[in-house]
Every structure is written in C-alpha cells, then in structure tokens.
Design a protein around this ligand. Structure first.
Ligand SMILES: Cc1cc2nc3c(=O)[nH]c(=O)nc-3n(C[C@H](O)[C@H](O)[C@H](O)COP(=O)(O)O)c2cc1C
Length: 215
C-alpha cells in the first residue's frame, strides 16, 4: 500500500514531532491550518461520534485571557513544588508561548454528540476524550509535517476556559493548542534535554501473556 519512502516519511514525522513552547510572531498560512484541521477530523473516534470542535483564537485579548487562566493555575500548582521551582519555570515558559503564538486552538469534546448510546462508549465514557486526544495527535503530526510548531497546554481550570470562550457547561475543553513557527524546533523532548525525565526503555514496558510479578 505504501512505498518505502512513504513509510519512512511517516516514521520521520512521528519521531521528529515535538512539544514546542516558543514561537515567532510570523502568521500561519490559512491553507496549512485547514489541512491540519482536516487531519484532526480524520482521527478515529469511538462509535464514529467525532466529538471534537476546534475554536480558532487569534484575537490578542482572548489569547491573553487564556494565558492568564493558565498562569493562575500555574501559581496555584506552585505549592506542590515548593522545593523545586524548575517546574514552575517550565510551566511559565509554556504560558509565554501561548502569548507568542499567532494562533491558539481550543479543542473540545462534546459527550452528548451522537445521543446517549454511542456505540462502544457505554462501558468507558471517557472514550470521547480519548477520541479527541487522537484528533490532537493528528494535528501535532500534521503541524510537524507542515514545518509548524505546536504546544499542548492542559493546566487550567476548565470553568475559566469555558467562561472566556463562552463554551456551554456540558462541553469539555480538552486542550489549548498553540501553533506557529519557531526558531528552534527541539530535536528531543525539552523535558529530556533539561534532564527532567528521559524516555523509558520500551523493552521494560512490554509484557507477554500476563502482567509479570515485578521484584
Ligand atoms: C495530554 C497531554 C497534556 C499535556 N499538557 C502539557 C501542559 O499542560 N504543559 C506543558 O508544558 N506540556 C504539556 N504537554 C506536553 C508534554 O510535556 C510533552 O509531550 C512531553 O514532555 C514529551 O515531549 P515531546 O512531545 O516533545 O515528545 C502535554 C502532553 C500531553 C500528551
């Protein structure tokens, strides 16, 4: 179905995609955003419910209010890492990135879409959010292929984001996504580069037949 070159391309995108937290103010081409959203819309979803919406935010005032909501949460979280203010600094970088990036996209999930008996969602209700996460990953890969940088922000109070974007109470604001160009697309996860965490060995995460007795 795919040539070797095409196969290499997909793995290249998967391995090169990075979470980015600094952006230039260069505008993002509309056609690229349309392709990125189309890629998101081709994600798998439970019962094919397609629970997502994408709110494109370019107005500076609204972007700043969202950054304020994330900063408020960063300050509230700071109490958990009193002895390690690196965490606070990293989260702060992300907030600066939110203000820099020319475009923010709020990706939402509508748990009511498709009625009360979405095929496959009866047993695990959070599969609507999982489906939305698949859409976000498609956006991430498509952005990378387009030469655009993307960052995912998930520290905020959902009620703040609902208020700012006038989102109805039953809709879940799953992610705030910053998109733009960057001067330095990271070669490795930033948290790995700063020795926060490194990629675990895959071999240790793969089990056979049963969960092993770990010593
Ligand atoms: C569900 C999810 C939520 C995330 N939320 C945040 C966030 O709130 N702030 C942040 O700085 N990074 C966030 N990230 C980005 C991760 O920190 C990043 O993906 C991870 O460090 C690995 O780096 P990489 O994406 O460059 O491979 C999030 C990623 C995912 C998948």
């Amino acid at each position: 179905m795919f040539t070797n070159e095409e196969k290499e391309a997909i793995y290249k995108v998967i391995y090169s995609r990075r979470d980015v937290r600094s952006f230039t103010s260069d505008p993002v081409p509309k056609a690229a955003i349309e392709r990125i959203l189309e890629a998101a819309h081709h994600a798998p979803s439970v019962g094919f419910m397609q629970p997502w919406n994408f709110i494109l935010i370019e107005e500076e005032e609204i972007k700043h209010r969202l950054a304020w909501a994330a900063d408020k949460e960063r300050r509230a979280l700071a109490i958990h890492y009193e002895n390690d203010d690196r965490s606070s600094k990293f989260l702060n970088l992300k907030i600066e990135g939110m203000k820099e990036a020319p475009l923010t996209i709020c990706v939402t999930a509508d748990p009511t879409r498709g009625g009360s008996h979405v095929l496959g969602r009866n047993s695990i209700p959070e599969t609507d959010i999982m489906s939305t996460a698949c859409a976000i990953q498609n956006m991430w890969l498509a952005s990378c292929a387009e030469g655009l940088a993307m960052g995912w922000v998930s520290f905020y109070k959902k009620s703040d984001v609902r208020d700012i974007l006038e989102i109805p109470p039953h809709i879940d604001p799953v992610a705030l996504i910053s998109i733009g160009y960057t001067d330095g697309y990271p070669k490795a996860p930033i948290l790995e580069t700063v020795k926060w965490e490194k990629r675990k060995e895959l071999e240790k995460l793969v089990y056979h037949n049963k969960w092993p007795v770990l010593t």
